[in-house]
Structures are given as structure tokens and as C-alpha cells.
Design a protein around this ligand. Structure first.
Ligand code: FAD
Ligand code: NAP
Length: 338
């Protein structure tokens, strides 16, 4: 189970080269406990819990620590009534496969999160979101193991501090490993169709009264047309988060940049489109050596082949600096750095 000096390039969607000193593939939760007790693990300073590697940036050529690769599988219906189902899903299940499974059954809640790469166990870490829906609204429980003690803890959503691409698990990075997520889905879905191009796509598909399957198909079409395929062009999705600013900062920005794309976040804050900021700082479709900001979505930093972490970080710094100089906004990384 435990391997030494393992190449992580196949395990991160950026496609960056990095060698892990220790690597263990976890196929069953019980595989975890002997590892956690081993002196090798306990003495190791660095830890990477790896899912599908679609939201990480490996910043060094070698990772002098331990990689725990969650590859557990299993989907179990644990409760059902006339209106809802509860489904327990192992952390290593592929998120897209789980969405497809629910969509096929007609269960609603996560259809807008179709075609997001990664694993089920990682979904609550940044509270994945897309097309006006966040995964937190379909989660009933998160089962995790505390790595220092081996104790199992069940988190209820109210304890998870879920926010915009945020959760308590980001704060407590490396302390808990998610082993299973319990979802509550509905048999009578209320669909979220008002976001972006969903309605246009459904019209194009000639669908009037869509099912969860048709919504999932529409979103998958939109995404495939707009986002880079990481098997061809390495990337980790949105490189930065959309910044949230105060209403007064928003007012000032709007005065100087009337085309600014922004949305109310709460009574006193606005969410600014980071893609718009990057595009208007001149970076959309621009390359810097082996890397660049994607031509169809400026928020996605892409690897044109053979990029190093240094290439990625240097582009990230250039973009961040230009956005700060032009708009007075500090972009924050969405991708997790190791
Ligand atoms: P990894 O990249 O392997 O890990 C991400 C973080 O979670 C790491 O810090 C890791 O340690 C931690 N982690 C992973 N598994 C566990 C576990 N079992 N227990 C504890 N910690 C764990 N995200 C969105 O929110 N919305 C989108 O629409 C979206 N679109 C994307 C499109 C593309 C093309 C790409 C490449 C990425 C996109 N993402 C999106 C980002 C990414 O897919 C998600 O964040 C996804 O949930 C990451 O899953 P992963 O298994 O690949 O996690
Ligand atoms: P888009 O629809 O072109 O929208 C651009 C930005 O404006 C998005 O970041 C989005 O914020 C915001 N936005 C658009 N319509 C909105 C509305 N009605 N209400 C509130 N905010 C709105 O974005 P896109 O690139 O094609 O992506 C579509 C969806 O997929 C988005 O939800 C995006 O977050 C998600 N996505 C995420 C990643 C990732 O790695 N995190 C990668 C690709 C796509 P939100 O991001 O808050 O939705």
C-alpha cells in the first residue's frame, strides 16, 4: 500500500511534475488506521490528502511528505420516503459519476453541479458551487477521521462554516480526512434555471419543462464548450476566487468602470467577477511562456505543456499585481497550494 518516490503528475489536473516521498492509495477506510499509527506517518511534517487533484497546485518539484490518496468507492441508499432520499457516498467516488447516478434516478439537488471534476470527499472542502447552487444545500452529514487520534467524527452542516468556496475543512487543513458524505436529495426537485445561459441552452435543446436530466445535459454542454479539457490543457478550474468587496468600494469601481460585472453578495457587499478584472487588466488569452490565462475564460490559468510550478506562480504574480494596480483589489487563490 505504501510506496516511495511516486510521481504525482498523473494525479493533478494541472499536469505539474512533482515526486512524493511517501504515497498511499486508500481503497478502504480501514486502510487508513495502520498508516495513521505508523511512526513514518507520525514523524512526517507535510501531508497532502489527495482526491482527483483538480484543485491543487504542487509548488515544489518534490513533496517531502506523505500523500494519502482517497480512492474508496461505494454509494448506498440509507433512507427513503415519498419526498427525499439519503445517500451515503465514499470519499473517493468520482463526483461527476455520482451526479450522473442521481440524475438517472431523477433525484434533484446537485444537477447544477454537473461536470465538475474531482471526488465526492473534496466537494465539501471548498463547498463546490456552480450555476447558483452550492453543494452544502444537499449535504446532511460529513464523516471524517481525525488524523492525530484516528477518531471518527460526524460533522453536521451547521458545524462546517460553509461559505462562498469555503468550509471549516479549509481552515483545519490536514486535521481531518473526509471518508464519506451523506447527501439528502429530493424526489420533487425545484430547478434553478435563472443563472447564465441555462435557459438559452434549454431553448436550443427545444425543452420546455425540463427534468433534472435535461438540466444536467444543458449545463454539461455549456461547460464543455467554455471550459478547457484538462486532459488536453492542464488547469485547475478557476485559479482565483471572485473577490467580495464592500458596497462603497463597489460604487467607486462602478463609477470608474461602468462595464464592471458584479452581483450583490449580501446587504453590504458585492461579488466582483474575477474573470472580468483579469480580462480588463489585459490578460485574457495572453500567454507567458508555457502558461496563460484561458482565451474563453480569463479566470482559468492553463498549462500549455511542460509548465513548471515556477511558471504558474510567476504568471499568478503578474496577474495579481496588474489587477491590484488597476482596480485596487487583491485577488486570492482558489487553488490549494502544496
Ligand atoms: P483535490 O484537488 O484532490 O483536493 C482539493 C483540496 O481538498 C485539497 O486541499 C485536498 O487536501 C482536500 N481534500 C481532497 N479530498 C479530501 C478528503 N477526502 N478529505 C479531506 N480533504 C480532502 N470547483 C467548483 O466549486 N465549481 C466548479 O464549477 C468547478 N469547475 C471546475 C472545472 C475544471 C475544469 C476544473 C479543473 C476544476 C473545477 N473546480 C470547480 C475545482 C475542483 O474541481 C473542485 O474543487 C473539486 O471539488 C476538487 O476535487 P478533487 O477531488 O480534485 O480535490
Ligand atoms: P459565468 O457564467 O460567465 O459568470 C461569471 C462570474 O459571474 C461567475 O464567476 C459567477 O459567480 C458570476 N455570476 C454569473 N451569473 C450570476 C448570477 N446570476 N448570480 C450571481 N453570480 C453570477 O461563469 P463561468 O465561468 O461560465 O462558470 C459558470 C459556473 O461554473 C459559475 O458558477 C462558476 O463558479 C462555475 N465554475 C467554477 C469553476 C471553479 O473552478 N471554481 C470553474 C469553472 C466554472 P459564481 O462563480 O459565484 O457562480
Amino acid at each position: 500500500m505504501l510506496q516511495k518516490n511516486v510521481a504525482l503528475q498523473p494525479f493533478n489536473t494541472f499536469g505539474l511534475d512533482c515526486s512524493a516521498k511517501y504515497y498511499a492509495s486508500i481503497r478502504q477506510v480501514n486502510d487508513l488506521f495502520p498508516i495513521l499509527k505508523s511512526p513514518l506517518f507520525q514523524e512526517c511534517k507535510d501531508l497532502l490528502i489527495l482526491g482527483g487533484g483538480s484543485n491543487i497546485l504542487l509548488t515544489r518539484p518534490s513533496f517531502n511528505g506523505f500523500v494519502l490518496h482517497m480512492q474508496t468507492t461505494g454509494i448506498h441508499l440509507i433512507a427513503e420516503n415519498n419526498s427525499n432520499v439519503r445517500v451515503a457516498v465514499a470519499a473517493g467516488e468520482v463526483w461527476e459519476d455520482f451526479v450522473a447516478y442521481c440524475v438517472k434516478k431523477g433525484w434533484g439537488g446537485i444537477e447544477n453541479l454537473s461536470a465538475i471534476p474531482g471526488t465526492v470527499g473534496a466537494a465539501p472542502i471548498q463547498n463546490i458551487g456552480a450555476y447558483g447552487v452550492e453543494v452544502k444545500d444537499s449535504i446532511a452529514e460529513i464523516h471524517a477521521v481525525e488524523l492525530t487520534t484516528g477518531n471518527i467524527k460526524i460533522f453536521h452542516p451547521s458545524e462546517c462554516e460553509f461559505g462562498y468556496r469555503q468550509s471549516i475543512f479549509k481552515k483545519l487543513r490536514g486535521r481531518y480526512i473526509v471518508t464519506d458524505v451523506v447527501f439528502e436529495l429530493t424526489k420533487h426537485p425545484s430547478l434553478h434555471l435563472s443563472y447564465g445561459a441555462i435557459l438559452d441552452e434549454l431553448r436550443y435543446m427545444k425543452v420546455n419543462n425540463p427534468s433534472v436530466k435535461e438540466v444536467s445535459e444543458a449545463i454539461t454542454h455549456i461547460r464543455k464548450a467554455k471550459l478547457p479539457d484538462y486532459t488536453l490543457l492542464g488547469n485547475a478550474g478557476s485559479f482565483f476566487t471572485n473577490p467580495i468587496v464592500t458596497s462603497s468600494k463597489h460604487q467607486e469601481l462602478k463609477l470608474h468602470h461602468p462595464t464592471l460585472v458584479s452581483y450583490p453578495a449580501d446587504d453590504n457587499h458585492f461579488k466582483i467577477s474575477a474573470g472580468w478584472l483579469i480580462e480588463n487588466a489585459g490578460w485574457k488569452g495572453k500567454k507567458l511562456g508555457n502558461v496563460g490565462m484561458y482565451e474563453k475564460q480569463a479566470l482559468i490559468l492553463v498549462n500549455y505543456g511542460n509548465a513548471t510550478a515556477e511558471d504558474v506562480l510567476s504568471l499568478c504574480n503578474r496577474v495579481t499585481k496588474d489587477v491590484e494596480n488597476m482596480f485596487g483589489i487583491q485577488l486570492e487563490s482558489e487553488v490549494n497550494r502544496y
